[in-house]
Design a protein around this ligand. Structure first.
Ligand SMILES: [Zn+2]
Length: 160
């Protein structure tokens, strides 16, 4: 494999695009004016994975890090169906808490979830490292719903 030019940081979702050209587009649109623009359930899922990945990658003790945490938590809440949406405090890593550092995402299956669908599922495996350096591997079959043109995460079954 050849590496692309190291100009911009690669998107954590692993699609092979730079962050600003990938999930960063949806994060930026939401930060700018509250628009939720991910066109498919998979795009939304990837952007949510990337938001979790960014939570694990910044230092919330710095101003930049704190801003990123606030922006990613706001994005995660906005893209969560109201009936299953956690409180912001439950998504924000506490000062004594080291969030999981996600290192890899593999999307293994999708159903529906397109621009003209109203429901969709995405099955994925996320790999990472927990606070003690232990490996984390999570496979989830996630359900998504599109209302008013906006995809949101509803819930999912963790498959170990
Ligand atoms: Zn991405």
């Amino acid at each position: 494999m050849t590496r692309a030019q190291p100009a911009a940081e690669p998107c954590p979702c692993g699609r092979g695009l730079a962050y600003p050209d990938c999930c960063g587009r949806w994060h930026a649109a939401f930060a700018a004016n509250g628009t939720l623009a991910a066109p498919t359930a998979e795009d939304l899922m990837r952007s949510r994975y990337t938001a979790f990945a960014r939570l694990g990658e910044v230092d919330p003790a710095t101003d930049d890090g704190a801003r990123t945490v606030a922006a990613m938590v706001a994005y995660l809440r906005a893209t969560w169906a109201p009936e299953t949406r956690p409180a912001a405090a439950d998504l924000t890593p506490g000062p004594e808490e080291t969030p999981t550092v996600f290192t890899r995402l593999a999307v293994t299956d999708t159903t529906g979830g397109g621009p003209f669908d109203t429901v969709g599922t995405v099955t994925f495996t996320a790999l990472g490292q927990d606070a003690s350096g232990g490996r984390v591997r999570m496979t989830e079959h996630s359900r998504f719903r599109r209302e008013g043109g906006v995809w949101r995460y509803v819930d999912g079954d963790v498959a170990g």
